[in-house]
Design a protein. Structure first.
Length: 309
């Protein structure tokens, strides 16, 4: 295995592409790594390579007693991954999303069938990857023009913070401005539904007086609106899951109860008025719970979960 230092990074050349192996040309990466290859293998994989190798060599490409050297636009890591997939050797382990995106771009440049590339990137779309880095996987799906995986990955992005750094990375990896606009549209459409669900929670009727509840029009308006805003935040968090179940009891479905089954726990500044028998949503009759839960389920079923494409 050979290596070359490019700036602060060391580019590793796999053993199959060092000078110890049969080769009839050298591919030199943009960062100076040299890959010794057989043109016949590359020509068989891509007509682009065939056309590239058919061009007449210039004097600076070939020196007497040396193999012709072809300067490539791709970096060492990308060229290494590309050649390792083409060659009949142990395939590369690709775990970096940025490398996968650059590999995809190079793959298309050389007009090779994407169906052959996809198995090497399949692990990116596993459940664990989607949970750990949903925005990266969403962006990679756009880079691959994989509509189904992009829509699926967008379900995991609801709770992800869209910082400037995250947006920049998304656009770089995805390569399409529509990847960002589609996600923004999804978030905006979800927001109106989340507000509608929050309004349907019967705060006035069944919250305690400390949190905006009250009878006959007598209630603390400040406490009510504070509770409503907190409800919106709580519902946004509770409904950020990629695959929501059915709302049987809205108090559990929306995460409104703490372990002792009482609102609000740490979510609101004030405790409930009388935690023993008058806590929020604790004095509802079974039929009232069913009716509210059914109403929220009807709204939940229309809540946008994935991007439109």
């Amino acid at each position: 295995m050979a290596s070359v230092t490019s700036g602060s990074e060391v580019v590793i050349v796999p053993p199959s592409f060092t000078s110890n192996n049969p080769a009839d040309c050298i591919l030199k990466s943009s960062d100076g790594a040299e890959f010794y290859v057989l043109r016949g293998i590359l020509i068989f994989a891509s007509d682009m390579f065939k056309d590239m190798f058919s061009l007449p060599a210039t004097s600076k490409d070939t020196e007497p007693g040396h193999l012709p050297t072809i300067q490539m636009a791709e970096s060492g890591p990308v060229l290494s991954a590309l050649l390792s997939i083409i060659y009949p050797i142990v395939p590369p382990q690709i775990s970096d999303v940025s490398l996968a995106a650059e590999l995809c771009r190079a793959w298309r440049k050389y007009l090779m069938p994407e169906a052959r590339l996809q198995p090497f990137l399949a692990e990116f779309f596993s459940e664990s990857s989607l949970l750990q880095r949903p925005l990266d996987i969403y962006a990679l799906a756009w880079r691959l023009d994989n509509k189904a995986e992009a829509k699926r990955a967008s379900r995991y992005t609801h709770g992800v913070e869209m910082s400037t750094e995250a947006v920049t990375r998304l656009l770089v990896v995805a390569g399409y401005p529509a990847s960002l606009s589609s996600l923004i549209t999804l978030r905006e459409s979800r927001q109106s539904w989340l507000k509608a669900i929050a309004i349907m929670v019967p705060i006035r009727e069944f919250a305690c007086p400390n949190h905006g509840g009250g009878d006959n029009g007598v209630y603390d308006k400040t406490a009510y609106y504070s509770h409503l805003l907190a409800m919106e935040d709580q519902i946004k968090t509770a409904l950020s899951e990629p695959n929501l179940g059915v709302c049987h009891d809205f108090r559990d479905f929306l995460g409104l109860r703490t372990e002792d089954k009482r609102w609000p726990g740490p979510r609101l500044a004030k405790r409930c008025s009388h935690p023993t028998n008058n806590y929020c949503f604790g004095n509802m009759e079974p039929h009232e719970i069913r009716e509210t839960s059914a109403l929220i389920e009807s709204l939940r079923s229309d809540l946008p979960m994935e991007i439109m494409w």
